[in-house]
Design a protein. Structure first.
Lengths: 476, 460
């Protein structure tokens, strides 16, 4: 028995017999499937503002969600009290979705062999608070030292440990211990009447040592300070369709918005996505191969098992421009007669799982980034982004550049004020004419929202050239 | 469904006692000041799609948050574990953390004489949101979707109709002797239909109604009809060439400009110099016809509370009056940083220091009908959707995706999509040239129809 099972079995006194009983109660009015999701989450955050540590907090939340599936119907109830009578009551509430004779869950559970994508031994959440405090103070000092025009710095360190146990009436038995750590730095620079901001951050399913060796506070502090200083000199962005080059890494948010959401199986099962019925069709140029991969070690979007207990995998979404498949959870896989890709995720025990992305990225191509820039007569080179959004049904998506430059006659020139890029999902990637050999994944800050639920995700691209995209600036 | 055998009064006493005892135990354990918040709530939601129940969800939850001070050092903890061990860990954790944070002379609870509660019935809580039997709740969702789908043969698909109800109870206690509580209720109905044109192109939109009591909740049919109208007008949308024309914001998108104004007067952003309205108190920051008010005391309001997240009574604050910036929105900490007094806008989550929250935040209505505003425009864009988050609060730079209807000779014509509008909020606030008379609260922020001149539309 693993350490994780011990938590729920020992700390909360749950026994395998109890689990059978809860599932039996959940299926007491029939239904095709029932599952239990136990979650125990501890988190810590500490932040520095105006060079002092103004706040620190710690929290614990625990609960159990009970789900019953009956055809396309889902019944759901949860409790934050893990006493047997409370879980049974949640099971009875979820059971109200079904109307039929009682069913029995499969006797006994089979535990899947999981990936081991991240450390569980010395979780970041247990590290000394003094070590975390030192990290944020280092970021503050480093950002201020970067340039005297940096007048405000905020730095924060956040980590959590999520322990989950998923039990299904089909014999599913999966557990996982999921660490997560994130570091963020934001800066304000001032010069005369001019102000600008810079934001940087990263992390993943890593321990605190990651921030001492691989990505230090100074790394994020410098990047945030550098961006703010550059933005002090930004000029108006152009308005209209033009060539756009996206830098490697975080600009992969293009994939997340333009195609990722539209390929989530629930929208396609219901026929509400602009990509519905397009498997086998061309949705990108033949230079584009895009995957969603939940199995990259230590990545923010990675998970050993999804929140329905299914192992994660590497799923090809687009192969050489042709749409290959969707991202599914158990319900959509069953109703669509397709494989479960291990993308059933949820924010917490209080939420119903649904198909979500993990780490979504485009494979590297052959072009050198320098050649890509050189090929552009007049266009925009965007290397950092804020958020994005998509309308699944008509396919229109936006993502907002927080660091971008003009390209004039093959050279990167003036920095641009913040501007939004807008496009149409099903044809945006058909305009990709050059794909760089420099694939990078983002540094680990992405959070995706869908139906009011947030989950951590990753994105990535090599340097990409789109022959035409609308840039939402103000200059003629 | 689940029945609660305890009476409300018993539960109240239990939560009040818990909040007060956590505060006094924290003081005994070494805190020099403490504040505890206990939240308890329950929710019901159902989605009906294509006439069939898709999801049914019902649950309750509770959690406690504690903020402690050791001198001028502060920290916080929260937990959903109400067991004896859980509460002990909550208290010990907060005090241990309070010893490692920095000395910050501005960190404190409000002064005892600032604490209190707005008196009288604020009309926030109605038990009737849970009064419908489950079948009738499902029927509300079904009726909203049906009304949308039956409105037109082009309505081909749906993301469903929904009915939601929720009640929440909050208790706040602190070591200055404050002990306050209130309950709130919500119910809402919505529809999100999908229309398809002859070329197979789909459009989706939605509409909803929100109320504190079933007695004032709009009918599912009227919500469904409005959802259908908003969806159908998008069919046949096209991209337009880049241009500079006046834009008219419908109230749902004008509301998000109010959200930007709120962020810009947030005391935290002001003392950090991260707002384009920092240091502008007393200056003309918007057109002379603009008055913006925050009022946390409006009976029945979706942003109404008797006291804020620190136990200070909520109030009415004029933020912008005839274009002049009159007040920031402040809690105790940001007020001290700025040498001012709290405006009762502390917002308290379970964890972390209080932030700034709005009460009912609105732009005062004008005297023009939306038709008159549109009728005055030769060529322009009527915007009914913003897409994305392209607003930089430090500089005011604004660039967002939009969908809308082209205005030609004072009339709404064809639908437009895949374009952006861009400008700078500093200019935009000064260029609001007409204000509608159609102010209606659909949440805690509200704005009437607005005309803004001088923005750039980027398209083909």
């Amino acid at each position: 028995m693993t350490q994780n099972q011990n938590l729920f079995f020992q700390k909360f006194g749950i026994t395998p017999n109890d689990l059978q009983r809860y599932l039996g109660e959940a299926l007491s009015a029939g239904g095709d499937y029932a599952d239990l999701y136990f979650e125990y989450l501890t988190s810590t955050s500490i932040s520095v503002d105006e060079s002092i540590v103004k706040s620190a907090s710690q929290g614990i939340s625990a609960g159990c969600g009970v789900r019953v599936l009956a055809g396309e119907r889902t019944g759901y109830a949860y409790t934050d009290d893990l006493a047997p009578e409370k879980i049974l009551r949640a099971a009875r509430t979820a059971a109200l979705i079904a109307r039929g004779p009682a069913k029995s869950p499969i006797e006994g559970f089979k535990e899947n062999l999981n990936h081991q994508l991240y450390p569980v031994a010395s979780p970041s959440a247990d590290a000394d608070i003094a070590a975390k405090l030192e990290l944020v103070m280092r970021a503050d000092r480093s950002a201020r030292a970067y340039d005297p025009r940096v007048v405000q710095v905020r730095a924060g360190y956040f980590d959590e440990m999520r322990q989950i146990l998923v039990i299904g009436s089909d014999g599913t038995f999966a557990s996982d211990v999921q660490p997560m750590a994130r570091f963020t730095v934001s800066t304000i620079a001032k010069s005369g009447e001019n102000s600008a901001k810079g934001v940087a951050g990263g992390g993943g399913r890593v321990g605190i040592d990651f921030f001492m060796t691989e990505k230090t506070p100074e790394h994020f502090a410098h990047d945030a300070a550098r961006q703010a200083i550059i933005q002090l000199g930004a000029v108006e962005a152009p308005a209209g369709e033009m060539e756009v080059v996206l830098g490697p890494g975080w600009p992969g948010i293009l994939l997340h918005e333009a195609i990722g959401h539209g390929l989530e199986a629930d929208f396609n099962r219901k026929g509400t996505s602009a990509f519905s019925g397009m498997v086998g069709k061309r949705v990108a140029s033949d230079k584009c191969t895009v995957v969603d991969n939940g199995t990259l070690p230590s990545r923010r979007g990675s998970i050993n098992v999804d929140d329905e207990g299914s192992p994660t995998q590497n799923t090809v979404l687009i192969e050489k421009g042709i749409l290959k498949g969707y991202l599914s959870d158990k319900l959509s896989a069953k109703l669509m007669g397709m494989p479960d890709t291990g993308n059933g995720r949820r924010e917490s025990y209080a939420h119903i799982p649904m198909p979500r992305m993990t780490n979504t990225y485009m494979l590297a191509g052959d072009d050198s980034p320098e050649d890509i820039i050189r090929s552009v007569k007049r266009g925009v080179y965007a290397v950092n982004f804020g958020g994005g959004q998509v309308d699944i049904t008509n396919g229109k998506f936006v993502f907002s550049a927080s660091e971008a430059y003009m390209i004039e006659d093959g050279h990167v020139t003036a920095p641009l004020k913040n501007c939004t890029l807008i496009g149409n999902g099903p044809d945006a990637l058909t305009k990709v004419s050059m794909v760089g050999n420099d694939l990078e994944l983002d540094e680990g800050v992405g959070t995706c929202g869908k139906d009011g639920q947030s989950v951590p995700v990753g994105v990535g691209i090599p340097t990409l050239k789109l022959d035409s995209m609308t840039v939402g600036g103000t200059a003629r | 469904m689940a029945t609660n055998t305890q009476t409300i009064t018993e539960v109240d006493a239990e939560l009040r006692d818990l909040a007060a005892s956590v505060v006094s135990r924290a003081m005994k354990a070494g805190a020099t000041a403490a504040e505890a918040v206990v939240r308890e709530g329950s929710e019901f939601s159902t989605v009906v799609r294509m006439g069939e129940v898709e999801t049914l969800k019902e649950s309750g939850s509770r959690a406690i948050g504690l903020r402690t001070f050791v001198g001028h050092r502060t920290a916080s903890t929260y937990s959903s574990d109400f067991s004896k061990d859980g509460i002990q860990r909550l208290i010990n954790g907060a005090i241990e953390l309070s010893r490692v944070t920095s000395e910050d002379s501005y960190a404190d609870l409000p002064e005892p004489d600032q604490l209190g509660s707005v008196q009288g019935d604020l009309k926030l809580y109605y038990e009737d949101v849970y009064s419908l039997p489950p079948e009738q709740r499902i029927d509300y969702a079904r009726r909203a979707e049906r009304a949308a789908l039956e409105a037109d043969p082009r309505m081909k698909n749906s993301d469903g109709g929904s009915f939601d109800a929720a009640i929440g109870h909050k208790v706040l206690a602190n070591s200055h002797g404050f002990l306050g509580e209130f309950r709130r209720s919500y119910c809402s109905v919505s529809a999100a239909p999908i229309a398809q044109d002859e070329n197979g192109n789909m459009q989706r939109d939605y509409w909803y109604a929100l109320a504190r009591t079933m007695a004032t909740l709009e009918s599912p049919e009227s919500v469904g009809h409005e959802a259908a109208r908003r969806t159908l007008r998008r069919l046949g949308s096209r991209k337009i060439a880049s241009t500079q024309v006046p834009i008219v914001l419908d109230p749902t998108v004008a509301e998000s400009i109010l959200d930007n104004i709120f962020e810009a007067v947030d005391g935290g952003a002001i003392y950090r110099q991260s707002s384009f309205l920092a240091n502008k108190l007393g200056e003309q920051v918007a057109a002379g016809n603009i008055t913006v008010v925050d009022d946390g005391t409006m009976p029945g309001g979706f942003g109404t509370e008797p006291f804020d997240g620190e136990g200070v009574p909520t109030r009415r604050t004029v933020v912008i009056e005839n274009g002049v910036l009159k007040s920031y929105l402040l809690n105790t900490y940001t007020a001290k940083k700025l040498g001012m007094k709290t405006t009762g806008n502390a917002s308290r989550g379970l964890a972390g220091p209080p932030s700034i929250g709005a009460g009912n935040f609105y732009l005062q209505k004008g005297d023009r009908t939306p038709q008159q505003i549109i009728g005055n425009i030769k060529q322009g864009l009527y915007v009914f959707q913003f897409l994305g988050f392209g607003v930089n609060m430090v500089t005011g730079d604004f660039s967002r995706g939009v969908s809308g209807l082209w205005i030609e000779n004072g009339e709404l014509t064809y639908p437009v999509e895949e374009v952006t509008v861009a400008g700078n909020l500093k200019d935009m606030l000064n260029n609001i040239s007409e204000i509608g008379n159609d102010l209606k609260f659909r949440g805690s922020t509200a704005a009437p129809t607005l005309r803004i001149d001088g923005m750039t539309i980027a398209g083909e």
